[in-house]
Design a protein around this ligand. Structure first.
Ligand code: EPU
Length: 342
């Protein structure tokens, strides 16, 4: 177990923020021995989806549980129980090496396994919840342990019970993934099909390794590397709106893209809305809207959290004024003291 005071919190925006206390636990027993924690608590993963508005005046918890245990599941499936502190991309790589399939499209997503189950991370036509079998954790107030089957986790687009009713109340210790020994690639995303065509591959000749390298290629082309330019991936969620609102938009912008969600709702790419408002590549202070993927806000070097938040709010205001749509941040905004939390 690691305990630090006044600890610099790692975060991919590259912002300076310190935790009054930082505790990293390596097992469930370690975690239970810490509870109850006095004062405000924030449980974090790798800091790749967080915007710290200042120092955190409480305890930051981090999981360093990293064991991975496979068991045989039904129908040629593997149930893989994975510690919440495992780096998600290491898991993807490990599974491909072992011949366990389902996570290939989630290659190179930053962050750790625990957060993947909170955020329901997704990319290129696949969401984590499609492979999650159950989530284990501990209630931070009582120390009670739980194991929640996927059906109870209320998964939806970038949503889960852990971001809603249980927000801030649990520590996830293990996530069990249900993976297949058979490779059934998800190649519906246009960019994947295009790359396959360029490489002369079809669904029969595509290997898991080739799919992973196609995904990595697309991400590297479109998304800024946080080691070079601070960012937290998509800053906003793609809004899901009533079809009637989308039809109003279509009358003025006949090219407006969308994905069908159900009979009454569509998802509109926030990147398109932001680009229409003229924000693509624009800076405000030391923060900017990324020039290739406008859904990403970047720290151009020396940005403050306030500058990034001011840019977020300016973008939200423009999109609201122009389209009547309120963009919701996907990034979690962490205020110094929980009394300021929404
Ligand atoms: N678009 C524009 N202008 C641009 C870029 C994109 O209009 O400059 C429009 C295009 O219509 C394009 C559409 O936006 O077809 C979608 O763009 P893209 O495929 O790049 O994905 P996205 O919807 O912007 C989402 C996820 C990403 C994920 C990609 C790929 C969210 C919030 N973001 O972005 O996830 O990698 O799809 O599946 O859902 C993340 O969560 O951090 C993340 C990067």
């Amino acid at each position: 177990m690691i305990r630090e005071k006044e600890y610099n919190i790692p975060n991919t925006f590259g912002l300076k923020a310190r935790a009054r206390h930082f505790v990293e636990y390596a097992s469930e027993a370690d975690l239970l021995s810490l509870l109850p924690v006095e004062g405000p608590v924030l449980h974090m993963g790798a800091g790749s989806n967080l915007l710290f508005m200042g120092d955190y005046e409480g305890t930051v918890l981090h999981s360093a549980i990293t064991d991975i245990t496979p068991t045989e599941g039904p129908a040629g499936e593997v149930l893989l129980r994975v510690g919440s502190g495992v780096t998600f991309d290491h898991l993807v790589e490990h599974c491909i090496r072992q011949g366990w399939h389902g996570l290939e499209n989630l290659s190179l997503i930053p962050g750790e396994v625990g957060a993947s189950a909170v955020q329901n991370i997704g990319a290129y036509g696949v969401e984590a919840c499609q492979s999650i079998h159950c989530v284990e954790g501990v209630m931070l107030d009582t120390g009670a342990r739980f194991s929640m089957p996927t059906a109870e986790c209320r998964y939806a687009y970038r949503q889960s019970i852990f971001k809603q009713e249980l927000r801030g109340r649990v520590a996830i210790t293990y996530v069990t993934f249900r993976l297949s020994r058979e490779f059934r690639p998800q190649i519906g995303y246009g960019g994947i099909r295009q790359a396959m065509a360029e490489q002369g591959l079809d669904e029969h000749t595509l290997t898991p390794e080739a799919l992973r390298s196609i995904i990595i290629g697309i991400r590297r082309r479109k998304l800024p590397d946080p080691d070079v330019q601070g960012n937290a991936g998509s800053f906003f969620m793609n809004p899901i709106v009533e079809r009637s609102l989308y039809e109003d938009i279509l009358r003025r912008w006949p090219q407006a893209p969308h994905y069908d969600v159900d009979a009454t709702r569509v998802k509109i790419p926030a990147a398109w809305l932001i680009e229409q408002c003229g924000w693509k590549g624009r800076a405000m202070g030391h923060a900017a809207v990324h020039a290739i993927q406008p859904l990403v806000l970047v720290n151009m070097g020396g940005a403050t959290a306030r500058e990034i938040l001011a840019l977020c709010q300016a973008v939200q205001q423009s999109v609201e004024e122009r389209f009547g749509i309120c963009l919701q941040p996907e990034v979690n905004i962490i205020h110094s003291h929980p009394t300021m939390l929404p």
